[in-house]
Design a protein around this ligand. Structure first.
Ligand code: IMP
Ligand code: MG
Length: 187
């Protein structure tokens, strides 16, 4: 396939914008203010679940003005095309003891809920001072386990979305907005 055709195919998969850059910016500003107010200078550790949450983490941490530290965990949810297989693996763990921190897990999206359900259980067993979950997106219609985030910035319908950290086959993470991925004619 020539170069122009593959760029055209790439762009055609971006069906429509679901959450715009401005909407994301405003919601993150408000989330940062809530965190500032409720943690009141206590030791915060933001735990970013890679890879999907790296863009959200970068903007959220800059909307927080109280002292906070950052940690990374890598969880891989195995997909067949755009359908979750339910297999979740921790491929990179945190580099420190979390028992002296108020942990805030930062996630891109809660879909079936399995990833966060597993991660929350794992981190709770390590006795953090407290543990909350903030997610950029929530797809409640798809839930398969009983899990709710403490803060969800946007609730979206049952669509496969890309951008702002979220991928399809590792692409589209760099889009500055959240878009619906066009699943017709899957390649
Ligand atoms: P869960 O375990 O089914 O809740 O899935 C969570 C993970 O699946 C997220 O962290 C994402 O990496 C991925 N995921 C779920 N829905 C989407 C989507 O619509 N687009 C891209 N990735 C998704
Ligand atoms: Mg992903």
């Amino acid at each position: 396939m020539d170069k122009n055709q593959s760029i055209k195919d790439y762009n055609e998969k971006i069906k429509r914008i679901i959450v715009s850059e401005d909407e994301i910016k405003e919601a993150i500003k408000q989330a940062g203010e809530k965190i500032n107010a409720s943690y009141d200078g206590r030791p915060i550790l933001l735990v970013s679940i890679l890879k999907g949450s790296f863009v959200f983490l970068a903007d959220l941490c800059r909307a927080i003005s109280v002292p906070c530290e950052i940690g990374f965990m890598c969880a891989k949810s195995y997909y067949e095309g755009t359908v979750s297989t339910g297999i979740v693996k921790i491929t990179m763990d945190l580099d420190r003891d979390i028992s002296k921190y108020h942990v805030i897990i930062v996630e891109d999206i809660v879909d079936t809920g399995r990833t966060l359900n597993d991660i929350v259980k794992l981190l709770k067993a390590r006795n953090p001072l407290s543990l909350k979950v903030v997610t950029l997106l929530d797809k409640p219609d798809r839930r398969l386990v009983d899990f709710e985030a403490d803060m969800a910035l946007f609730t979206i319908p049952d669509l496969f979305v890309i951008g702002y950290g979220l991928d399809c086959g590792e692409k589209y993470r760099n889009l500055p907005y959240i878009a619906e991925y066009d699943e017709c004619d899957k390649k």
